[in-house]
Every structure is written in C-alpha cells, then in structure tokens.
Design a protein around this ligand. Sequence first.
Ligand code: DBV
Length: 258
Amino acid sequence: MSNSRQSSLDPIQLEGWRWAPFLDQAIDQLLPMQPTAYPIEQTYLHKNNTGGSKTRPFSATTETWGCSTEKLRQVRAACVEAGSAASVLNLVMNPRTSYDLPFFGADLVTLPNGHLIALDLQPALKSDATHTEHVWSRLTPLFERWRRELPDGGPIPEEAQPFFSPCFLWTRLPLGDEGDALIEKAVMPAYLDYLHLYLDLVKEATSVSSDREQNLLSGQRKYTAYRSEKDPARGMLGRFHGPEWTENFIHGVLFDLE
Ligand code: DBV
C-alpha cells in the first residue's frame, strides 16, 4: 500500500484506527504552541507488514506522529493498527529539561481480550517536592473524579513505582458495548482533563537554573531508560515488524533521550 507521510506532522492515515479522536484532540491542543516537525526516519513514519498463517493472516501498520515546541523537546505518538489483533495509541510528551515539568503519558491499547488504558503525568524526580507538589495538587481532583468511573487495572510492578505519580489512572475494559460506553463517558473526558492540565502547566512553566537542569536531565534519563527497557509493546511490535526494526524504533524514536 502506498503512503504519503513525509513529515512527522503529516496526518496519521490508519483505516479503522479507534484511537484517532484522542490523537486529534492532542494535536488540536498543541497547535497554538506552534509545533515543528520532529526528525523521524521514513521507516518509522509508516511501516506496514503482513504475515501470519493462511488461516490467521495479519496486516499491521505502525505510524509515528511527532513534534517539538518551545518547551517540549519531543512529543511523539506511536499509532498501531492491526485489525482485530491490536489498535494502539501510545502518546508521550517529553519536556525540555530547562523546565520543571513532568512527562505526559497515555497508553491506549486494544487487544483481542480487551482494552488497557493508562494515563498519567509522570515525574522525572519523584521525591522532589518542587517537581511534584504543584502537579499533584492539581491532578488529584481529576484523578479522584475519574477513578470512580473506571475499574482498577490491578497491580503494577514495584520497580515501576518511581516513575508513576499517585494519580496514575489505570484500567482494563471489556471489548464491545460496555467498554465502548466507558471509553466515551470516562476515558475520553479523563484524557482531556489530564491533557488540559498538562498543557496549562507547560504554558505556566518558567526556565530553571543550569544546576536544576542537570538534576532534571538525570531524572529524565532514568525514566527513559526504564521505559525503553521494559516497553510492554516490544513483543507485539517484534511480531509485526521484526525484532531489529523494533529495537531501533524503541531506542531511537520512542525513548530517544539515552
Ligand atoms: N506501550 C508503550 C508503547 C506502546 C505500548 C511505546 C507502541 O510504552 C503499548 C506501543 N502497552 C502497549 C501494549 C501493551 C501495553 C501494556 C501493546 C500490552 C502488552 C501485552 O499484553 O502484550 C502502561 N502498558 C501496558 C501495561 C502497562 C502499561 C502497565 C501492562 C503491562 C503488562 O501487563 O505487562 N505504558 C505503561 C505506562 C505508560 C505507558 C505506565 C505511561 C502512561 O505508556
């Protein structure tokens, strides 16, 4: 299939991709910040592979949308569409280390056995009050509002704790009408609340000292190393596009700070 995406800012073109309205919202909100293209090689802007067996064939496409702004080093959306096998939007906003800002993280995943939804404003320096308090005090009411509407997703690994806020919204939903209704009535508005708060924080942020910047950079490096080592999508992407492409995508594009 031919594809015309030449720049990371070109629209995502994935037929049947259920997470399109979520990415569209983020792009709309970023437009006033005058986003510029983020350099991404062609093979990561658009990649399609077909495979599987005669009775269970698949066609999987991964596209990456990305930008930079004055205060955000890298915003990137990994978008996967593989029919009934998978539909994914993984969106991370990485602030420049000259601002005391958390990461925005959203993982919206549809697999044959259900949806996995993760939303958070994730700290680079979790035990640093200057970094966290102003975020958590404003995020907590949003978290309390939406956690009541969504089932708890269950435990997450102990080793992941340093990289999550106390307002990590994490749920698993069934496929079908019940899940669709919750995505519309709770997941979308929760996502918009987290997104709006994040972009307000970005607008308000003022630059920090160069000492502070070094602390933030070292925290961001740990976060990025953790996310790239433990990326839960590694298996799926490897099956779709091969292990070599996948490793280069994870380390060179998705989590490229190292
Ligand atoms: N997750 C990513 C990237 C993805 C992606 C870059 C390109 O970080 C997708 C795609 N996440 C993805 C897939 C799965 C998960 C699961 C395909 C399912 C894996 C599988 O079951 O085969 C949140 N995502 C998960 C899980 C968690 C997260 C806790 C469950 C892991 C497990 O059960 O082993 N991802 C994690 C997180 C953020 C995030 C905290 C930030 C908000 O993006």
